[in-house]
Design a protein around this ligand. Structure first.
Ligand code: TXA
Ligand code: MG
Length: 327
């Protein structure tokens, strides 16, 4: 069901043209968008998110042809990945074209671009015609928003225009591949796996490490819920939850099975497949926050390649906790 009318899109485009912010759905998570060619509009994103201004943002465009407005020396690998995965949940880091502002790239010589597939994002980008700079629509360091209601919880009246395109399909942020330096590098795992990228490129992909371009999404402490979070194997999970409960803590559990051998405040069950798990992950973290729990114990998913993106987000969420609180 389409929740968005033509006049909603017209209104959003007018806001973008006048330098305002529009939150919009993508297939991964909601984005907080501004005209990527307008420095003061992009500055508003940073102010609204509370994000440091040297962190680069992704430029969203309607189709691969438009990437030439933002990037130069586009390698064959980019064409291959674009043909295979766009529109879709993949971001490419490329050498930036002349004229692309430091306010978009965080002062780097590269730019991140993505062609999202969500029909509302597509309509917005087509009608706007230019690039829309958009980080995930959440306050800096917090979990991404996967529904319009989550965006409103994050920003309230500070973001007037929120296009409601329903719950985001994928539920976690796009896979980021850096093609700016010769060898392809995976900067952020996502729904499109490293193996799928390697298959399309017929080439190995390097995992990000020292010397990779700065990517704040790569900070250990990122994507943190407000509730302190700990990861545990299934049997330890039950022990940990029980002992926290005995200390009088209000415990939430995020498990892979509904078998409920103890009685925490909330027992959330996540789908036991990686796509289903990712789709519900951020909503589950928000639910634990809203229930006012003071500890969230998460059953560690399998440590296999299909779960890499989910495990990445969970370990960052746990690291975010460790930085602030003891569980
Ligand atoms: O799925 C997504 O990618 C969502 C939707 C809205 O498209 N966007 C998103 O944006 O997750 P954000 O800003 O939350 O994360 C973008 C990541 C950041 O970690 C940023 O550092 C990295 O992309 N990035 C952006 N430009 C870059 C560049 N030139 N080089 C390296 N990393 C870059
Ligand atoms: Mg983000």
């Amino acid at each position: 069901m389409l929740l968005i009318s033509d006049s909603d899109i017209d209104n959003a485009v007018a806001i973008l043209r006048s330098g305002g912010l529009v939150a919009f759905p993508t297939e991964t998570v909601y984005g907080l968008g501004a005209d990527a060619a307008n420095p003061s509009a992009v500055r508003k994103i940073y102010e609204t998110k509370g994000r440091p201004s040297d962190h680069p943002v992704i430029v969203h465009v309607a189709d691969a042809v438009q990437v030439a407005n933002w990037a130069r020396d586009i390698p064959d690998a980019a064409h291959r990945l674009a043909r295979r995965f766009w529109p879709g949940p993949l971001t490419l880091v490329l050498q930036r074209a002349r004229g692309v502002g430091d306010f978009v790239t965080g002062g780097q010589d590269t730019v991140a671009v993505r062609v999202p597939s969500h029909p509302v994002a597509q309509q917005l980008l087509r009608r706007f015609g230019g690039g829309v700079a958009a980080p995930s629509a959440n306050r800096f360091g917090r979990v991404s928003a996967t529904t319009a209601a989550h965006v409103r919880q994050e920003f309230g009246a500070a973001v007037e225009c929120v296009l409601d395109g329903g719950a985001a399909d994928v539920g976690i942020e796009s896979t980021i591949v850096d093609l700016s330096g010769g060898k392809p590098r995976l900067l952020r795992p996502g729904w499109i796996t490293a193996a799928a990228i390697e298959e399309a490129l017929e080439e190995r992909v390097i995992a990000a490490g020292a010397g990779a371009p700065r990517a704040p999404g790569m900070l250990a402490a990122h994507y943190a819920p407000l509730t302190p979070l700990a990861l545990a194997e299934r049997d330890l999970l039950l022990e940990l939850a029980a002992s926290l409960g005995r200390q009088g803590r209000k415990v939430a559990v995020l498990a892979l099975s509904s078998a409920r051998p103890l009685d925490p405040v909330i027992w959330l069950v996540a789908p036991a497949d990686p796509a289903g798990y990712a789709h519900t992950l951020y909503a589950n973290l928000r639910e634990a926050d809203e229930a006012g729990c003071d500890a969230l114990v998460v059953e560690r998913p399998p440590q296999t390649p299909e779960w890499a993106a989910v495990n990445d987000r969970l370990s960052r969420a746990a690291a975010g906790t460790a930085a602030q609180d003891e569980i």
